[in-house]
Write a protein that binds this ligand. Structure first.
Ligand code: GLU
Length: 295
């Protein structure tokens, strides 16, 4: 059987400039796609206007360009794909796999925010839509780096939101619909999203779409072995000095620094990086990064 063509992606939310953590996901997903001779796409996840910063999407794309990370297809914007999310949620509602829900956060506080049945104290003008998560919904998957991951989605997450009560589509629905529609075969992203993956697999099963392969990149750790402070990890990368940042990210991905020593331009560095990338050097556990990130 011919194997599916490799299609990876980087999917930033335009909530601010790209920082070291997001650039690790961008560079890591690009490297794995290049290594597999596959395609690498960029999708702007702009479905949450209250959290968006005007101009951030353009800035993120300009940063990717400055780092030489070019998408192989036109950039997609989730804000232009509502019809797809609408169709998916309608399908789930018709099939009884999703339901309208009037519960508020306060209603669910008594059960640690986990929805198992509706306990709404009053009707909302516009209800949310949740996926029905059946009892015993245990999801297990093999992450290419983090290993076997298991989550009891019913007990740990509960019926989760697909359309928010404020009328915006939830990340979980949009990401699953888009990964399927764009035929993404490999999802490579930050370790902070590992906990979302079982929900996404459950949703893929409900929608009858394929489950891609997953690889969650290592968390960035400081030399002291602790997670990089929020402020450090959230530091915007300097688009005027892409080479030191790319070298730093390369080391954070466990790669041999010598591979990039001779590079004098971004294009040159990326060529060496694509040719010399060794997925087996990625750390299973969180990676301790020597030296401080480039300022
Ligand atoms: N848009 C999400 C974020 O920026 C990432 C989505 C994904 O890679 O699945 O956190």
């Amino acid at each position: 059987m011919p194997s599916l063509p490799y299609r990876g992606r980087f999917a930033p939310s335009p909530t601010g400039p790209l920082h070291l953590g997001s650039m690790l996901a961008a560079f890591g997903s690009w490297l794995l796609a290049r290594h597999a001779h596959g395609q690498w796409l960029v999708r702007i996840e702009d479905i949450d206007p209250p959290r968006e910063v005007p101009g951030a999407a353009d800035l993120q794309l300009a940063t990717l360009a400055a780092f030489g990370l070019q998408a192989d297809e036109p950039v997609q914007y989730q804000s232009r794909r509502h019809a797809l999310y609408q169709a998916a949620s309608a399908q789930l509602l018709v099939q009884g796999k999703a339901f309208h829900c009037h519960c508020s956060r306060a209603d669910l506080a008594g059960q640690h925010g986990i929805h198992r049945q509706c306990v709404a104290s009053q009707q909302r003008p516009q209800p949310a839509i949740r996926l029905r998560v059946n009892d015993g919904s245990r999801i297990r998957f093999d992450d290419a780096l983090q290993g076997s991951i298991t989550q009891d989605v019913d007990r740990e997450v509960g019926d989760f939101v697909l359309l928010r009560a404020d009328g915006y589509w939830a990340y979980q629905l949009a990401v699953v619909v888009d990964d399927a529609e764009q035929q993404i075969s490999h999802v490579v992203r930050g370790a902070d999203l590992v906990d979302s993956t079982p929900r996404q697999i459950l949703l893929q099963q409900a929608l009858g779409v394929p489950t891609p392969a997953y690889l969650h990149l290592p968390l960035l750790l400081g030399t002291d072995g602790h997670k990089l402070s929020k402020s450090l990890a959230a530091m915007p990368v300097d688009t005027n000095a892409p080479l030191p940042v790319l070298r730093w990210l390369w080391a954070a991905l466990g790669q041999n620094p010598a591979t990039l020593h001779s590079a004098t331009s971004v294009a040159d560095l990326l060529q060496h990086a694509a040719a010399g990338f060794e997925p087996s050097r990625l750390q299973k556990e969180s990676r301790i990064v020597a030296g401080s990130p480039p300022a």
